[in-house]
Design a protein around this ligand. Structure first.
Ligand code: GLN
Length: 451
C-alpha cells in the first residue's frame, strides 16, 4: 500500500486520481494485516485498488468528475465497493473519468483530462487513455494501483483498456449491482474491473458481483469462480468473426491485429466461423438516442437542492437554472438536450421508440449468432490512443470511436478487451471478446489464450 501511495504521489502529472485517500488506505492495510495474522484473510486482502469516481464512497468526495457534485460526500457506500472492502481490498483513492461517464477520451472531466502513460515512439504529445474510465486505465497501466473499478455504458471499460494495454471486462448486465453508482443510462450501465492480467480481472470481478436486492435489475444468480476459467483449454470452442465489423476505412493495423487474434485462437484449437450481425450499422445511432434519453431523465435530480453545487437565483426556477448552467459541462448539456428532444411528444415515436426496436434487433442478431458460435472476436476500438485535443471539438468523430463496443451494452452481453500487441508507433491495441449472457467464463478462457 505504501509503495502504491508513493507511486500515486510521484505520478500526479497524469491526473489519474482526483481524490487520494492515503490515511484510509493505511488504516485498511493495517486492518488487513491484522486479519491475515489471525488467518482470516479474504480473497483480496491487502490489494490496493483505485475506484472510479462514479462509485459513491462513504465519507469520501464522489463527484462523477462533475462540478455539479463538487463537495458531495455520500453517507453510503456503493454495493460493488462494499463487496471489495468485505473481501479485504484497500482503497487508494478516486479515479478521474469523463463527466458522468459521458465521453471516450476523459476530456469531458471537470477536473481536466488524464494523460495516457504510453507515448508514441519518438512523439511527445500526450495521448488520451480513452474514456470514460480514463483514470482507471491510466492508473492500472502506470502501476498506481493493482486494479481498478470502472463502468461501461457503451465501451468505457473496454476502450480505455485497449488504449492502455490493460485488461477490462464488462460483465453481463445485472451481474454487478448498480446501487450507489451514479447513474448515466441505467439500462446500459454496468460495473467491471480493470487490471494488468486476465486473471486479476477474474479475481476482482468475483468479489464485485453478486445479487443485490437494492438494485431491481441485479440478477439473482450464483457468481462462478471466474479465475478457474483462466488458462483452461479453448480447444473446440467456436469463435465467430462478425463480417459487419469490417467497417470502411478501418486502419490496416487494426485489420492486421484482428487477423493475428484469429491466428492465435486457431493455434489454440478454436474453430473460426464467419457470422453476420446485420443490424450492427444501426447500433451507434440507437445508442446515441437511448443513452442520452436515459441520461436526461437520470440527471434531472441535480437541481441544486439535494447534492453538491448550488447557485442561488431570485427564485426556485432561477436557482435550478443557474445551478445546472454552471454545474454541467458542455458534453453533459448536449446529452441532456438530445435526450429531452428524443423523448418529447412528437419525437418519441420517431426516435426513442425506433431506437428501442433497433436495440431488440441487435440483441436478436447476437442470439442467432449463438446458435453457431460460443464467442465473438473483434477489435476493441477502430484506432490506437489518439492525441488529447484531436477529437474534442468533433462529437461525431468522438462517438464513432465507440463503433465496436456499444452493441454489447445494447444487448446486455459480457465483453472483454485483452491487450494484443503494439502498433507501428509502439502503442497498445486491444482485441474484444463477446460472450453469451452470463458466460464470462468462456471470455476468461479465450482472454488468457490471447494474453
Ligand atoms: N463513449 C460512450 C459515451 O460517451 C460510452 C461511455 C461509457 O461507456 N460510459 O456515451
Amino acid at each position: 500500500t505504501r509503495a502504491h501511495l508513493e507511486a500515486v504521489e510521484a505520478a500526479r502529472a497524469l491526473n489519474a486520481y482526483v481524490v487520494e485517500t492515503p490515511e484510509k488506505a493505511l488504516d485498511m492495510a493495517r486492518a488487513s494485516d491484522a486479519r491475515r495474522a489471525k488467518g482470516e484473510a479474504g480473497p483480496l486482502d491487502g490489494a490496493p485498488l483505485g475506484i472510479k469516481d462514479l462509485f459513491c464512497t462513504e465519507g469520501v468526495e464522489s463527484t462523477a468528475a462533475s462540478k455539479i457534485l463538487r463537495g458531495f460526500k455520500p453517507t453510503y457506500e456503493s454495493t460493488v465497493t462494499s463487496n471489495l472492502w468485505r473481501d479485504g481490498a484497500v482503497m487508494l483513492g478516486k479515479l478521474n473519468m469523463d463527466e458522468f461517464a459521458m465521453g471516450s477520451s476523459n476530456e469531458t472531466s471537470a477536473w481536466g483530462p488524464v494523460a495516457n502513460p504510453w507515448r508514441a515512439e519518438g512523439g511527445n504529445a500526450n495521448l488520451t487513455p480513452g474514456g470514460s474510465s480514463g483514470g482507471s486505465a491510466a492508473a492500472v497501466a502506470a502501476e498506481l494501483c493493482l486494479g481498478a473499478t470502472a463502468t461501461d455504458t457503451g465501451g468505457s471499460i473496454r476502450q480505455p483498456a485497449a488504449f492502455t494495454g490493460t485488461v477490462g471486462i464488462k460483465p453481463t448486465y445485472g451481474r454487478c449491482s448498480r446501487w450507489g453508482i451514479v447513474a448515466f443510462a441505467s439500462s446500459l450501465d454496468q460495473a467491471g474491473p480493470m487490471a494488468r492480467t486476465v486473471e486479476d480481472t477474474a479475481i476482482l470481478l468475483r468479489s464485485m458481483c453478486g445479487h443485490d436486492p437494492k438494485d431491481s435489475t441485479s440478477l439473482p444468480v450464483e457468481t462462478p469462480d471466474f479465475a478457474s476459467f483462466c488458462g483452461k483449454s479453448v480447444k473446440g470452442l467456436r469463435v465467430g468473426i462478425p463480417k459487419e465489423y469490417r467497417v470502411d476505412g478501418m486502419p490496416a493495423e487494426i485489420e492486421k491485429l484482428w487477423e493475428q487474434g484469429i491466428a492465435w485462437l486457431k493455434e489454440a484449437g478454436c474453430e473460426i466461423v464467419e457470422v453476420s450481425l446485420p443490424h450492427t450499422k444501426y447500433a451507434l445511432p440507437a445508442y446515441y438516442i437511448i443513452a442520452p434519453a436515459e441520461a436526461s431523465s437520470n440527471l434531472a435530480r441535480y437541481d441544486g437542492m439535494r447534492y453538491g453545487l448550488r447557485v442561488d437565483g431570485a427564485n426556485l426556477t432561477e436557482t435550478y437554472e443557474n445551478t445546472r448552467a454552471e454545474g454541467f459541462g458542455a458534453e453533459v448539456k448536449r446529452r441532456i438536450l438530445i435526450g429531452t428532444y428524443v423523448l418529447s411528444a412528437g419525437y418519441y415515436d420517431a426516435y426513442y421508440l425506433k431506437a428501442l426496436k433497433v436495440r431488440r434487433r441487435i440483441a436478436d442478431d447476437f442470439d442467432q449468432a449463438w446458435e453457431k458460435v460460443d464467442a465473438l472476436l473483434t477489435p476493441t476500438a477502430p484506432s490506437a490512443a489518439f492525441a488529447l485535443g484531436q477529437k474534442s471539438d468533433d462529437p461525431v468523430a468522438m462517438y464513432l470511436n465507440d463503433i465496436f463496443t456499444v452493441t454489447v451494452n445494447l444487448a446486455g452481453l459480457p465483453g472483454m478487451s485483452v491487450p494484443a500487441g503494439l502498433d507501428a508507433q509502439g502503442l497498445p491495441l486491444g482485441l474484444q471478446l463477446i460472450g453469451r449472457n452470463l458466460d464470462e467464463g468462456t471470455l476468461f478462457s479465450l482472454g488468457s489464450a490471447i494474453e
